[in-house]
Design a protein around this ligand. Sequence first.
Ligand code: ATP
Ligand code: MG
Length: 301
Amino acid sequence: MTEERTEQPEPTEGVSTRNEQPARPVKAAAPQGPLPIVEVTDVSRVFSNPEGEDFVAIKDVQLTIEDRPGKGEMRAILGPSGCGKSTLLNMIAGLDLPTTGSVKVKGKEIKGPGPDRGMVFQSYSSMPWLNVLDNVAYGLKLRGVKKAERHDRSRQLIKRVGLEGHETKYPQDLSGGMRQRVAIARSLAVEPDIILMDEPFGALDVHTRLDMQNLILDIWDEREATILFVTHDISEAIYLSDKIYIFSTSPGHIIEEIDIALPDERNRELKHSARFRRYEQIIMDKLHELSQEAMEFKVTM
Ligand SMILES: Nc1ncnc2c1ncn2[C@@H]1O[C@H](COP(=O)(O)OP(=O)(O)OP(=O)(O)O)[C@@H](O)[C@H]1O
Ligand SMILES: [Mg+2]
């Protein structure tokens, strides 16, 4: 199924999604103005299993994130387990290459990881031989930032993620949620233009999760960074992002783009608003529909 991209007016009554609009070809006009910061075109990724059989993990994925001057975009990916969310994020990070199609950052084909992109992995990715401070400062060290400065900048971030006092601890002495906060601080320390986060808050308790969501909103605002993150939490996706991509399985592809037209100023009250709840309902229905289809697919196979 091909993703449909159409201009969407600001919703007045309730909310609407891209697929409710009349279709327009994906590759319509030549781009005007600045190049998109991220451009994924016709991307498929095929893995081979040990028996040598091909498995199409994602197919014909299209995704464009515009480079708006003075303001980054915050976008979320939602979709069932195994639909290829991590696969896509890995390719934008440059940790994997598409089988067909292209992934570009600021107009340049991605050939590998780069300092312009920071990644927070789905599983904890701290370096066990370094303490919290050195884990956070690691990227700065690679860039040749002097010890005093990198420690100073890292301490500030450690404080912001709520780990002050834990600087000299090693990852194995931290809880899962604390380790994930170290990973978040480490990716933020090098101030990348694009921050990729794969279920960054999954291991956190509700209270810390809300704190971290607000921290990400602050950082996004301060740094004008572009953020693309994967989550299984519908409310989190709506709260944080301007646009949500919904992925479907068999093979993974984007079936819907939902623009989130909520005030830029996000706060807890917003989560109780009628519009927020309407978005939750639409997305929940969509994901439910997908899981039903997946069940039918399994039964009829
Ligand atoms: N290196 C690999 N070799 C073979 N198959 C792979 C590889 N990486 C991913 N896959 C397969 O591709 C599919 C998509 O995996 P991926 O990790 O991207 O899913 P996901 O959407 O991130 O799932 P989850 O929500 O559970 O994290 C899965 O079926 C997975 O088994
Ligand atoms: Mg994943």
